[in-house]
Ligand binder design. Structure first.
Ligand code: NAP
Length: 249
């Protein structure tokens, strides 16, 4: 019997990278998993690859008007939720002097405002004993040049998660933070760099970890599953750094 038999999981941004691999992991362990994302092709690919225990829903987390409809659909199709992994996020990088209000607003709308209010909308579906996990980033700790907007958004998410851990404890809901370092996912292809720059950036990132490599999505999925499981039942308000030793936090 799998560790998540009869459990219901929602992963935002589950059609790619860490979210997709986490969905695969939860399904392998017996869960029924709903994923969201904007890209329809990615959602369809996930459905055909992960089978009948995967529900793919097209939803933009930054569109607050869609949150009530998403909550209703989840109530109908999943019932209650045991695990909420707020994973959807974006990161574009620019020197401080070239940072724009458009990029700032879009990044905060997706990385902070969206998960904040989606969690609020989903609260009635979250069971006693459920787990909420926010995907932040090690960038929130490092003073990485060109990452001011991204780092700021992830720092905000972490601060919010800590408060929710305290406030939601009365409902026996655990709230934790995942802080990955460089993980090999398609996010690097979306950072606004050309293919050669992307490869160089990934190499540079791998070199900057003591383990001299990027992390894998399988390593992330295993940690996500642990934090979301009853094995982590006494853990709330904690941050899990998974960065190959990059930050040494
Ligand atoms: N890879 C790394 O090195 C790294 C390190 C630290 C933290 N992280 C964080 O890890 C999380 C997952 O990223 P990843 O590396 O797995 O990258 P990824 O493969 O690009 O996945 C990002 C996911 O977020 C979804 N998403 C983005 N904007 C969205 C929106 N407005 N509404 C709904 N879904 C949205 C994407 O789907 P659509 O595009 O279809 O919407 C996709 O499923 C992100 O929060 C990222 O900041 C990544």
């Amino acid at each position: 019997m799998g560790k998540f038999e009869n459990k219901k999981v929602l992963i935002t941004g589950g059609n790619s990278g860490m979210g997709f691999e986490s969905a695969r992991h939860f399904i392998r362990e017996g869960a029924k998993v709903a994923i969201t994302g904007r890209n329809l092709d990615g959602l369809k690919r996930a459905e055909s690859e992960l089978g009948p225990n995967l529900i793919a829903i097209q939803a933009d987390i930054s569109d607050l008007r869609g949150h009530a409809a998403l909550a209703n659909e989840l109530r109908e199709r999943l019932g209650q939720i045991d695990v909420l992994f707020l994973n959807a996020g974006v990161g574009t990088f620019a020197p401080f002097e070239q940072s724009t209000t458009e990029n700032f607003d879009q990044t905060f709308a997706i990385n902070v405002r969206g998960p904040f209010f989606l969690t609020q909308s989903l609260l009635p579906l979250l069971k006693e004993g459920s787990s909420i996990l926010f995907n932040a980033s090690i960038a929130a700790h490092l003073g990485m040049p060109t990452a001011s907007v991204y780092s700021g958004s992830k720092g905000a998410l972490k601060s919010i998660a800590r408060v929710l851990a305290e406030e939601l404890a009365v409902k026996k809901i655990r709230v934790n933070i995942l802080s990955p370092g460089p993980i090999d996912t398609p996010i690097f292809n979306r950072a606004g760099l050309d293919p050669k720059e992307t490869e160089n950036f990934k190499k540079q990132m791998a070199e900057s970890t003591p383990l001299k490599r990027l992390g894998t999505v399988q390593e992330i999925a295993a940690l996500v599953a642990f934090i979301s499981s009853p094995d982590a039942g006494f853990i709330t308000g904690s941050e899990f750094v998974i960065d190959g030793g990059m930050s040494k936090l």
